[in-house]
Design a protein around this ligand. Structure first.
Ligand SMILES: [Zn+2]
Length: 231
């Protein structure tokens, strides 16, 4: 018997999505990818570890460059999944003129609808940031939801789908506790992340593979798309 509907989404269209999408396809998991139309060049940009300039000290952190899926591979990588707007250039709603922000959100949506030839009514707020005015504008423009980076124990209780909270980030230490809790209470579990957070560390990827396999093999769970949560 199904006790929990499970949704997931992934941000920014980075090159590591290629590895992630393979795992999702292998286990027949549904997912939504939140993409910025203006950040995808014609050709994909692979990941790389940055080396310090000669004579310069190495950077202590953030030396992994996550690359980007190019238009050359977008259909192959994302074609089996849902895609949603994440603005044209990952603008910040707190610091962008509201009308310009709306235009950016719609530009990305139109690009994705043309490119994938399907309706894309979802949205994820870059940096998780939103304002009263941008919530109102995106609602009026017909977006079905806007994902924030807030956590909630009850995804179904959000007062406005344009301020949709998720259960947790995929690396949350309480991931399985929240998953089991959702089964007993709301029946909805929704997680999100960036595939680049696993960089090229095989132990992370192997663990992620096992997480997705576990949910796919759970007779009490069913994958759904994010947009299904707000219908
Ligand atoms: Zn983002």
């Amino acid at each position: 018997m199904i006790k929990v509907r499970v949704a997931q989404c992934w941000d920014d269209g980075v090159f590591t999505d290629i590895r992630l999408a393979e795992i999702l396809r292998k286990h027949k998991a549904k997912a939504t990818f939140n993409l910025c139309s203006g950040l995808h060049c014609e050709e994909s940009v692979p990941v790389k570890w940055m080396k310090p300039e000669p004579g310069q000290p190495p950077a202590p952190i953030n030396t992994f460059h996550s690359g980007r899926v190019g238009k050359d591979r977008m259909l192959e990588v994302y074609g089996d999944f849902e895609v949603a707007s994440h603005c044209d250039l990952h603008e910040d709603a707190r610091t962008t003129d509201p009308q310009a922000f709306l235009k950016s959100a719609v530009t990305s949506r139109k690009f994705l609808e043309d490119f994938f030839q399907k309706e894309c009514r979802g949205f994820a707020w870059p940096y998780g940031a939103y304002t009263d005015e941008t919530v109102k504008l995106l609602n009026e423009a017909g977006f079905a939801y806007g994902r924030t980076t807030e956590n909630t124990d009850d995804v179904t209780a959000c007062k406005d789908p344009l301020m949709l909270a998720s259960s947790c980030h995929f690396m949350n230490r309480l991931f399985w506790q929240k998953y089991e809790q959702a089964k007993k209470t709301t029946g909805v579990f929704y997680f999100w992340g960036h595939s680049y957070e696993m960089a090229d560390f095989d132990p992370y990827w192997n663990n992620f593979n096992d997480m997705i396999a576990y949910i796919s093999n759970d007779p009490e769970a069913e994958w759904v798309n994010v947009v299904d949560l707000v219908k």
